[in-house]
Design a protein around this ligand. Structure first.
Ligand code: ADP
Length: 262
């Protein structure tokens, strides 16, 4: 609480009283903390791959370059870590773009099946690598009022997480239907699950349940923050139900297209 006080003096210099102004600055303090955390997180996330790239390139310059096996191995690490930097910078720029005031979506009636097929195509390599199957149950004419590439991005993110946080060989299921004037689309995995107490913080920027595992899976920690923002820009919402060790269901609700035109 910030308190300001000023005397009120009358015409002949007599005291009339004191004006006291109290500002509740709890929200300001919270916002400042969020900003500081964000800067600290970005710095940490950028420093980790940079340290690795610098270290391995120095080792190469110091002579390891004469060992072909070490050279191959170190170059692979340098390549992987620069890819990680690139993805992080892309996610940061994307998040700042969509959070900017005045950012607008290009809304049109889009078929959910079309969006899901595109997203499934993007992750098909990753699914195959891990011996996982994706099943879809979506009415053909279900259509939402949405920005097609942005909705594809939402489902690519959710599917990428479902793949990354599941054991190889398990299945992922997408179900979609209408509920009132919203489309309800769920992505269900049989993966590691999320502890109940972590769920409220899941959509915060850089929040991860298991830092090491997320980094290994190539995650930036920004995916769900981007997803939530995009879904809310559509006038929708996102929810999650999960059981540790059993799996998770992320459910998105987006306004249906007024006229499906199908
Ligand atoms: P990341 O890039 O780390 O995957 P996200 O913002 O996409 O970042 O997700 C935040 C965290 O939520 C992840 O680090 C992971 O701990 C958890 N998470 C997200 N999706 C799932 C899922 N399907 N199953 C289990 N944990 C998940």
């Amino acid at each position: 609480m910030a308190v300001y006080a000023a005397p009120v003096i009358g015409g002949h210099g007599s005291w009339l009283g004191i004006v006291v102004v109290m500002h509740d600055i709890t929200e300001l303090i919270r916002l400042e903390r969020v900003r500081k955390d964000f800067v600290a997180n970005v710095s940490h996330e950028l420093r980790t791959p940079v340290t690795s790239i610098k270290g391995f390139s120095e080792t190469l310059l110091d002579g390891a370059i004469n060992d072909p096996e070490a050279t191959g191995q170190f170059l692979e690490i340098i390549h992987r870590e620069s890819g990680r930097l690139e993805t992080l910078i892309e996610d940061l720029l994307d998040l700042s773009r969509i959070e900017k005031e005045g950012f607008t979506l290009e809304l049109a009636g889009v078929r959910v099946q079309n969006i899901l097929n595109q997203a499934a195509g993007t992750v098909s390599g990753r699914l195959e690598e891990r011996g996982m199957k994706l099943s879809m149950d979506c009415p053909e004419h279900l259509a939402v009022m949405g920005d097609e590439p942005r909705l594809v991005q939402v489902f690519v993110n959710l599917l990428a997480n479902a793949i990354a946080y599941s054991r190889p060989g398990t299945d992922i299921r997408i179900t979609a239907d209408s509920r009132g004037d919203m489309a309800e689309i769920s992505v269900e995995d049989h993966g590691i699950g999320i502890p109940e107490e972590e769920i409220p913080r899941l959509f915060e920027r850089f929040y991860r349940v298991d830092r090491a595992r997320s980094r290994d899976s190539g995650g930036t920690g920004l995916g769900l923050a981007i997803v939530k923002h995009l879904v809310e820009l559509h006038g929708g919402s996102i929810g999650v139900e999960s059981k540790l060790g059993e799996g998770s269901v992320f459910t998105i609700r987006i306004p249906l297209a007024r006229q499906t035109g199908q």
